[in-house]
Write a protein that binds this ligand. Structure first.
Ligand SMILES: Nc1ncnc2c1ncn2[C@@H]1O[C@H](COP(=O)(O)OP(=O)(O)OP(=O)(O)O)[C@@H](O)[C@H]1O
Length: 288
C-alpha cells in the first residue's frame, strides 16, 4: 500500500541553531502517530516541513552521508535537499493541516469555513466568488455533523470556543478530502474535556475514513490514550519511535531528564482524559 509519509535524513537550521538533525521517519497509511517532545524540541518545525510550508536545509555533495533531506507524502515528493517540489500544490490538496489556533476565518460562518475546504478541488474563479454548489454545502454540513458541530453551522467562527473551532477545522479537513492530517498541538490551549473531544474526533476519522494522522502533543497521556505509536523528539533528534504504551514516567525521565515533567500530566488531568463519557440520557430508573 506504500507509506503515507517518508522523511529521510532531514535537517533544519535556523541561523546557527539546528532545530532538526538528520530526522528519518516512516508513517504507514492509516496510522495515527503522536509526536511528542518538550518545548523547542522541533515538533512544529517537522510538521511545517512535512506539509511543505517550509524548506529543509540544502543538501549537496559536501553534506554528511545519509542527510538527503527528502520528504515524500503519499508517494509524491514534497521536498528534496531543501528544494520544494514544483507540483506541491496538487499534493497539498491531499494534506490537511491543523494548527494550535487561528484555523478558521473569524467573520465567516462555520459552514462557510468548512466548505472552503473544497477550494483545492474546484476552479479558482468559483472559490473567489464564493460560489459553492448545493451539494458542496451539504457535504460541509455532513462533515460538521460528523464532528458534532452541525447545530452551529450558521454561527460566526469567532463566537465558538477553542475546542469547537478545532472540531470545525477537522470537519474542513474532511471536506477537503485530506488523506493525511498533520495537526500541530491542536489541543495545547484547550481544557481537558474539550481536548478529549478533539482527540476523539481525530481518532474517529482515522478509524472510519483511514486518514493518516500525525499529531504533535505536549502531554504524553493523550498520546498514550489515542495514538498507538509515538515518535519522541529531543533537541531535534528522534530519541524514541515505538508503542506509546512504553512511555511510562520513568522511561520519559530516561529520555528527557528533568524536562520530562513538562510532558507528564498531573492526576486530575489524566482523570479527565480517561473519564467515563457523560450519559446521553438519564437512566430510566432515575426519570421514572
Ligand atoms: N522561524 C524560526 N526562526 C528561528 N528559530 C526558530 C524558528 N522556528 C523555530 N525555531 C527554533 O527551532 C527550535 C524548534 O522549534 P519548534 O517550534 O519546532 O519546537 P516545538 O517542539 O514545536 O516547540 P513548542 O512546543 O514550543 O512549539 C526551537 O529552538 C526554536 O526556537
Amino acid at each position: 500500500m506504500g507509506s503515507a509519509i517518508k522523511v529521510d535524513g532531514l535537517s533544519k537550521t535556523f541561523r546557527k541553531h539546528r532545530a532538526l538533525n538528520n530526522v528519518s521517519l516512516t508513517v504507514d497509511r492509516g496510522e495515527m502517530v503522536a509526536l511528542i517532545g518538550a518545548s523547542g524540541s522541533g515538533k512544529s518545525t517537522l510538521i511545517r516541513l512535512i506539509s511543505g510550508l517550509e524548506r529543509g536545509d540544502k543538501t549537496g555533495a559536501a553534506s554528511q552521508a545519509g542527510n538527503s533531506g527528502r520528504i515524500q507524502v503519499l508517494g509524491s515528493p514534497v521536498q528534496d535537499g531543501g528544494q520544494l517540489n514544483r507540483s506541491i500544490r496538487n499534493l497539498r490538496a491531499r494534506i490537511g493541516v491543523i494548527f494550535q489556533q487561528f484555523n478558521l476565518v473569524n467573520r465567516l460562518s462555520l459552514l462557510t469555513n468548512v466548505v472552503l475546504g473544497v477550494l483545492g478541488r474546484i476552479p479558482a474563479w468559483r472559490g473567489t466568488l464564493g460560489l459553492f454548489t448545493r451539494e458542496e454545502k451539504m457535504l460541509a454540513m455532513e462533515a460538521l455533523r460528523r464532528v458534532g458541530m452541525d447545530q452551529y453551522a450558521g454561527q460566526r467562527a469567532s463566537t465558538l470556543s477553542g475546542g469547537q473551532q478545532q472540531r470545525a477545522a477537522i470537519a474542513r479537513a474532511l471536506m477537503q478530502g485530506a488523506e493525511v492530517l498533520l495537526a500541530d498541538e491542536p489541543i495545547a490551549s484547550l481544557d481537558p474535556e474539550s481536548a478529549r473531544r478533539v482527540m476523539e474526533n481525530m481518532a474517529r476519522i482515522n478509524r472510519e475514513d483511514g486518514i493518516t494522522i500525525v499529531v504533535s502533543l505536549h502531554q504524553v497521556a493523550y498520546a498514550m490514550r489515542y495514538c498507538p505509536r509515538t515518535v519522541a523528539l529531543r533537541a531535534g533528534e528522534v530519541v524514541y519511535d515505538g508503542p506509546s504504551e512504553a512511555l511510562t514516567p520513568s522511561f520519559l525521565r530516561e529520555l528527557y531528564g528533568a524536562d520530562s515533567e513538562e510532558l507528564v500530566m498531573d492526576e486530575t488531568l489524566s482523570g479527565a482524559i480517561h473519564g467515563v463519557e457523560a450519559p446521553q440520557q438519564m437512566p430510566i430508573a432515575a426519570t421514572a
